[in-house]
Design a protein around this ligand. Structure first.
Ligand code: DLZ
Length: 193
């Protein structure tokens, strides 16, 4: 599908050394699924190993910022424990979903993609959640110093959501852009001196 004229010129970087986290909301699953697929396909296409892509889910978009924060913190703990030889403690204990991150690599995430779909309803819910989630994701990224890709659609109706998930004619799967952004930011992160 043609890339939107409004979007950035896509850059493809070598993601073979990266570890990428994805966390997605489970609201509006029919839109989330193609977005997740598009994101993963681009990551794999850039050379990110399947075993270095960790996917977690949360109930709704509201929970995305805390999930990103915990995923990143857990990946840092995992690395320090594996370098001190006690990674098994984390993986074997009675930890929650977000602290057990099965992977062949123990490096902290180079970037995390947060995927959610917020569709405007009849109340002010949409405005409050959209605002809080956008601010929360930006804050978490800056606080942690890890690139957080904003994969949250804030749309007025189902049609807009479908178009942005590549599900309608002339649409474009924004998940592909998020995958490319994660690799680009993951690669450039260490080279901004
Ligand atoms: C409650 C709610 C509503 C009304 N709409 C959405 C939505 O369109 N997309 C989404 O991802 N989540 C929605 N949620 C759920 C909230 O994000 C959150 O999961 C709950 O309020 C529980 O904290």
């Amino acid at each position: 599908m043609a890339h939107s004229l409004k979007g950035p010129t896509p850059q493809e970087h070598d993601g073979s050394g990266l570890r990428i986290g994805i966390v997605h909301a489970r609201w509006n699953t029919t839109i989330i699924e193609p977005l997740l697929k598009g994101t993963k396909e681009k990551l794999l296409g850039c050379g990110v190993k399947e075993s270095n892509i960790v996917v977690q889910s949360v109930p709704g978009s509201w929970e995305l910022p805390i999930a990103v924060q915990r995923m990143y913190a857990a990946s840092q703990i995992q690395q320090s424990q594996s370098s001190s030889g006690s990674a098994g403690d984390l993986l074997g204990g009675s930890t929650t979903d977000l602290t057990t991150l099965p992977s062949s690599s123990s490096q902290p995430f180079d970037a995390i993609v947060a995927i959610g779909v917020l569709i405007k309803g009849e109340t002010m819910h949409f405005e409050y959640i959209s605002d809080a989630v956008s601010q929360g994701l930006m804050r978490v990224g800056l606080d942690l110093g890890v690139p957080v890709v904003f994969g949250v659609l804030t749309v007025l109706d189902d049609g807009q959501a479908k178009a942005r998930a590549g599900l309608s004619p002339g649409g474009h799967n924004h998940g592909e852009d998020w995958g490319l952004a994660a690799v680009e930011l993951g690669v450039k992160r260490g080279a901004w001196a």
